[in-house]
Write a protein that binds this ligand. Structure first.
Ligand code: F6R
Length: 607
């Protein structure tokens, strides 16, 4: 969703801002714009559609200036038009602002400001902010900004320029992502590290309720009373190559192929002396004996990873695990107290629904453990405990390595919890830890299927209805396989617990249906064979995913994707990879915009 970037230094602001915005494209957007401060005059250019439209418009003008702000907008309030695009300019032209988040009380503020004579141009919630700034301005931008945000309800990451301070850019944050990049003789801010990685690896993470005034040589972070806050500078561990395609046609394929490396980086640092050891989780290891319920909450693919987590944790720990969509949990009256452990899963660490659900759980006294990929993200900061997935930056909107590293953490967490609850015998523990260690290698072997997948999918690209059926962990994998297919190839698909199909949905199955059937749980194999027979009897074409030594599956399935032999409890990673590749090549066959599917945003920072 919306991305913001700010720059002040010695270089041409237009080129720094546009290249930063291009790196934020992956977040999802439908218009963009920049505002540059030059000799006490702000020049603003905005364009709907792709950033190239903005670049084209910019090419028609000469904009000189070394400080400015930029924005990619994912429309919420008002259509994706040039006028609604950010930045927004105050009526006097003194201020320009960009905003990520939602101003919930904008209607009242708009009425109030219109009553005071301010003229509104756009349909956005954001425009009230720039007029409030103008209204409160008495020569001190910091004071005006503090007064302005005290009037706002909702969430924001704000970037501001003021024509009277040509070297300064200002920022404020509450509930939406914002980081500061520290350079030499130049400084930056942005929604995330990807926008800045080609310029600096030195980052200051600012907290909710904090503000910043940034000049080329100074960064002053201050609180709502105007008092400076001492901040430390962190160093980003990944390189620019991680945010580039590196010869692949799409980021998604690159990220699928990077999974063995991402899994290794996520698993290995957490194994010490043949035991799972999560740094910083020792107090939770003590507390866990008092926990009587685990709730896993997340959205989308992260929720699907949570579903796998439920199966492995319940199996190994014999503790009840509920998996809740974050967008649902926040609006019911969940039974949560100090004896509940809430596991929050999020790649971005910025998903609005997940943050809200997590806050709700914390208010009810739960202990919150998050599984997050982005260091310094809101969810990581708000949790009692954090386990990082070390997937590196994920640029394709549809997650792949973000999801499989979450699966790896779910597997490790189950083992860690089981060990702390004394539920696992030593021999079993040793066998399971070996199975976890082998996940990256098994992932690599599943990826070997890539060579034949482009041709293989040609048999399937004509289907416009696909059912994914499975049981237990295989069912959780169906949910993710189905989501992958629909989000990047726009093919309608549904995931069903295999035994549930006959309770209604089988009415839709006929000779025009493709049924994808992961069958990697040996103990449930016979049940799956019956379900496959049921759909075959209705004419469906069945594509199974099975372990390589399973020969029986060929008796019923029309075609089989074989994956390497793996411990059934930890098969999820090896199992989803061919389904990621399947979706990728179907989408490619159909000519879809794979890295940026329509209507979707990478980081869903609004409700
Ligand atoms: C699907 C996908 C989304 C995310 C969901 C949660 O490919 O990427 O379903 O999994 O929006 O995002 P995070 O994990 O960032 O909280």
């Amino acid at each position: 969703m919306c991305g913001i970037v700010g720059y002040t230094g010695k270089d041409d602001a237009v080129s720094v801002l546009t290249s930063g915005l291009k790196r934020l494209e992956y977040r999802g957007y439908d218009s963009s714009g920049i505002a540059v401060n030059n000799e006490n005059k702000i020049t603003m250019v905005k364009a709907s559609g792709e950033i190239n439209n903005l670049v084209e418009k910019l090419g028609e003008k000469t904009i000189v200036g070394c400080a400015g702000i930029g924005h990619t907008r994912w429309a919420t309030h008002g259509a994706p038009t040039d006028i609604n695009a950010h930045p927004h300019l105050s009526n006097s032209g003194r201020f320009a602002i960009v905003h990520n988040g939602i101003i919930e009380n904008y209607i009242e503020l708009k009425e109030e400001l219109a009553g005071k004579g301010f003229n509104f141009e756009s349909e956005t919630d954001t425009e009230v902010v720039v007029h409030l700034l103008e209204y409160y301005y008495e020569g001190d931008v910091r004071k005006a900004l503090m007064k302005t945000v005290s009037r706002l309800e909702g969430s924001y990451a704000l970037g501001v320029v003021c024509s009277e301070f040509p070297k300064s850019v200002f920022a404020a944050k509450l509930g939406s992502p914002l980081i500061i990049g520290v350079g030499v003789g130049e400084n930056f801010f942005a929604s995330d590290v990807t926008a800045l990685i080609s310029k600096t690896k030195n980052i200051i993470y600012i907290e909710d309720g904090e503000f910043a005034e940034i000049t080329p040589d100074e960064i002053d972070v201050f609180d709502c009373t105007g008092k400076s806050v001492k901040k430390s500078v962190s160093r980003v561990v990944w390189d620019i190559e991680a945010a580039e395609k590196g010869g692949y046609e799409h980021f998604m394929l690159k990220e699928i192929m990077e999974q063995p490396k991402a899994l290794k980086s996520t698993i290995e640092p957490n194994i010490k002396d043949n035991k799972i050891h999560f740094e910083g989780l020792e107090p939770l290891g003590e507390k866990i004996k008092d926990i009587n319920k685990i709730i896993i909450t997340a959205c989308g693919s992260a929720y699907h990873a949570g579903y796998v987590g439920k199966f492995v944790i319940e199996e190994l720990c014999r503790i009840s695990v509920e998996v809740d969509l974050a967008s649902e949990l926040r609006y019911r009256n969940p039974i949560i107290d100090e004896k509940t452990l809430v596991v929050v899963i999020s790649q971005s660490g910025e998903t609005a629904d997940t943050i809200a659900a997590m806050k709700e759980c914390k208010e009810r006294g739960a202990t919150v453990l998050s599984v997050v990929n982005v260091v310094g993200s809101t969810i990581a900061k708000l949790s009692d405990y954090v386990i990082y997935t070390w997937a590196g930056p994920e640029i394709a909107v549809a997650t792949s390595k973000g999801y499989t590293t979450q699966l790896a953490v779910m597997n490790m967490l189950a083992l860690w919890l089981g060990d702390h609850l004394n539920k696992i015998e030593e021999t079993e523990y040793n066998e399971l830890i070996e199975a976890i260690r082998s996940i990256p290698e098994r992932a690599q072997r599943s990826l070997d299927l890539n060579a034949q997948m482009a041709d293989f999918v040609k048999n399937y690209s004509h289907y416009d209805s696909v059912f994914y059926i499975g049981r237990n962990i295989d069912y959780a994998i169906c949910m993710e396989g189905s989501l992958k297919l629909k989000e990047i190839s726009y093919v309608h698909s549904e995931a069903y617990a295999a035994g549930e199909l006959k309770h209604g949905t089988i009415a839709l199955v006929d000779e025009n249906s493709l049924v994808v059937a992961p069958c990697c749980q040996e103990s449930l194999f016979d049940k799956m064979m019956s379900n496959i027979k049921e759909v075959k009897a209705r004419g469906a074409n069945v594509l199974a995913v099975a372990l390589e030594n399973n020969h029986k599956i060929y008796e019923e399935a029309d075609n089989v994707i074989s994956i390497p032999e793996t411990h059934p409890m930890f098969v999820s990673v090896a199992e989803i990879i061919p389904l990621q590749l399947f979706s990728y090549y179907i989408a490619k066959e159909k000519g879809c915009n794979i890295d940026k599917p329509k209507n979707l945003a990478k980081s869903v920072t609004v409700e």
